[in-house]
Design a protein around this ligand. Sequence first.
Ligand SMILES: [Zn+2]
Length: 241
Amino acid sequence: MKTRIVTLLLIFAISFPLSAAKPIRILVITGGHAYKIEQFNQMLASLGPSITYQVAELPGAYDMFMPENRNKYDVLVFYHMWQKITEEEAKVFADCIKQGKPVVALHHSICAYDDWPEYWNIIGGKYFHKETTYKGKVFQPCSYIHDLNFNVKVVNTKHPVTKGITDFPIFDETYKGYYVDENVTPLLTTDEPSSTPVIGWTKKYGKARIVVLQSGHDAPTFENPAFRQLLKQAITWVSKK
Ligand SMILES: [Zn+2]
């Protein structure tokens, strides 16, 4: 009987290599904007055992982009609004993603780095705090409105990030007038007049998959089941090569 159990265990181990069950390790980059830490972390914990998280705050978090630290996590989740970056930090940051570290960028991370256009290129969007000329176009300062009830429309229900999610209501902050790269793949839109229409998209930067979700200001969104599902599916999809 014992031999049989051992044999069965061996077959199980061969059929299901341990690597297949490894959780996706996310590194959440914060800094430059206050947020409800406890509720935000509750959302991360709700993603289940297939996703583990650690949080690193800028500017100390720049270390995590260094080549020797890149094997400590699988996916970057941006929830920062940091502005200051040196030339050397910018090079290492961009290289980390170009070499294949995927990104899910949330909410005010679209507003980060007013003076670093390569970041706008990485995520394919930018909320401008001041009048800015980019790619031959003049952008006026963008605007935001807090605490709005509006509808999120799912553009493509077959994409792995939005699969199984239908149009859903949200209570969140809108941004209007931000830049969205013309080459992104739109996933989510809204007809809320105080928002730029495209509020979720994917793109590639170097070898990395990128997903951007404009929503995510406060606890009601952290607790929104559709948003949690989107976040989980975004992290899972970008983590695949
Ligand atoms: Zn906000």
